[in-house]
Design a binder for this molecule. Structure first.
Ligand code: ATP
Ligand code: MG
Length: 390
């Protein structure tokens, strides 16, 4: 009999009246991701979402991997379908969970009946299946309080399902429930992690990248697009806006004090990002800044970059140590790409002694020499958009 995937909903089960909207979004996102793995049926009953292959040719492994990256899912398990008959259920559990039953020291069986016409109560069924499994695997102790292995049996409308405890899912909320943000994506370790964290909270994340071609290479751009591609299985469809930043950097270098260069440059990034957000109905920016990590990430510097922003700036890694950020980037699979040695636009003109505690007045004074509006307009005019989909 066929195998299916069971998704256990996360935090969204707390959503009360809104919950239906969250469930529908989760199912829609799941269906979109399953498309390339064949034809599937997706439905929700009692806060569990069922993912069933409709053809033998479905790529079950591919779907299983994809569902592990679906935000809104707290846990997921593979379940085996069998006939709605007590002995068929025992036989299915023995075969399907053999390795786990052999490895565990203690177990229990938990049954659920959606089909109330099934001739045994849940308790009777659990006892029956439990005693038969115990006979087959006599080393197992029955432990109803803290078993190492719980065997789940579900009696549904047309068939029964057997599965073991779920493994951890991606967590968070379904993407699309939390509005839209624009993430400033560099080629580093932090910003992909920051983008992932905000998408995890149900926000659609588009990206913006500033490049200094020809000071930075086409490979550097490709690296950033690769990072964005690695995030797509989590974020779903995203648009990467690529801004040519070279001219602004050259103008800043010509007209402004060197020690303020980094912070002035960051203010331009924020201005341009706010403009792109405004033009695309986006409600917040995201950066990978962490307090104290580098000169431009002091509280004073953040105040100076925030001062040009017209929408909220989300900094999900702001309180994290580098090691903590690295550990997430390894988990989500962006680390190896992030550490590839390509230059970033920020490293092209790094001042020898960047000011760590810039004062807003000095920056405003330095910016007097510039036609800010024209510089932003021109940079926005250079934008190339790359749409990335699953
Ligand atoms: P990251 O690891 O994300 O590159 P970082 O530690 O190198 O961060 P900075 O270079 O100071 O720190 O950048 C801080 C934040 O500014 C980044 O996390 C990112 O959100 C944004 N940023 C920096 N450079 C760029 C760029 N070239 N394009 C888009 N955003 C950028
Ligand atoms: Mg960087």
């Amino acid at each position: 009999m066929k195998e299916i995937i069971l998704l256990k909903q996360g935090e969204m089960v707390l959503k009360g009246l809104n919950r239906r909207g969250f469930e529908d979004k989760l199912m829609g996102n799941a269906k979109r991701r399953l498309k390339k793995y064949g034809s599937w049926r997706v439905y929700t009953r009692q806060s569990a979402t069922y993912v069933e292959p409709l053809e033998d040719t479905c790529d079950f492994e591919g779907a299983w991997q994809a569902m592990q990256k679906l935000f809104g899912v707290a846990g997921l398990s593979r379940a085996k379908a069998c006939e709605k008959d007590k002995d068929a259920i025992v036989a299915c559990a023995k075969a399907y969970l053999a390795d786990q039953l052999r490895a565990a020291k203690s177990f229990k069986v938990e049954s659920k009946r959606a089909d109330k016409s099934f001739p045994m109560t849940s308790i009777q069924l659990s006892q029956y299946v439990g005693s038969r499994l115990h006979q087959a695997f006599p080393h197992l102790k029955v432990d109803v309080h803290t078993p190492e292995l719980t065997v789940y049996v579900e009696i549904r409308d047309y068939e029964a399902y057997v599965h073991a405890a779920p493994q951890e899912g991606a967590g968070g909320l379904p993407v699309g429930m939390g509005g839209r943000a624009l993430s400033l994506l560099s080629g580093g370790i932090d910003s992909p992690v920051a983008s992932w964290m905000i998408a995890k909270r149900g926000v659609i994340v588009d990206m913006i990248h500033f490049e200094s071609y020809p000071y930075t290479s086409l490979e550097a751009r490709e690296k950033v697009l690769d990072l964005a591609r690695l995030l797509v299985p989590y974020t779903g469809k995203t648009c990467v806006h690529i801004v040519s930043f070279t001219k602004i950097q050259e103008q800043l270098r010509r007209a402004c004090p060197e020690e303020l260069f980094t912070i002035l440059m960051r203010r331009f990034m924020m201005r341009i990002a706010c403009r792109v957000a405004e033009e695309n109905g986006i409600q917040a920016l995201v950066t990978g800044e962490s307090v104290g990590q580098v000169a431009s990430q002091t509280l004073e510097a953040m105040a100076c970059t925030n001062a040009v922003c017209t929408i909220p700036v989300l900094r999900p890694v702001v309180g994290m140590d580098k090691e903590e950020i690295v550990s997430i980037s390894r988990k989500i699979g962006t680390f190896e790409t992030s550490i590839l040695p390509f230059e970033d636009c920020c490293t092209v003109f790094t001042p020898k002694h960047p000011r760590t505690r810039p004062k807003l007045e000095e920056l405003l004074e330095a910016e007097q020499a510039l036609d800010i509006q024209a510089m932003v307009d021109e940079a926005v005019g250079t934008i190339q958009r790359v749409i990335l989909e699953l």
